[in-house]
Design a protein. Structure first.
Length: 63
């Protein structure tokens, strides 16, 4: 189970990184635009998933 948590955590962090990357690309190409909402929303969800995985890793059953 620890391997599953590590893989999910790594995937969430990679998604979080690329959300920041795409916000920069959108800002560079289009300026301020409503398209910011998509990667920022995904980044917020990925951050929540990272926090949930951290809380799950503290539980005894996942050790």
């Amino acid at each position: 189970m620890k391997l599953v948590i590590i893989i999910m955590l790594a995937a969430a962090m990679v998604s979080l990184f690329f959300c920041g990357y795409y916000v920069g690309i959108i800002k560079e190409k289009f300026g301020k635009n409503w398209l910011f909402a998509v990667p920022i929303t995904i980044a917020i969800l990925m951050f929540n998933i990272i926090m949930a995985l951290y809380e799950l890793s503290q539980d005894g059953r996942w050790q």
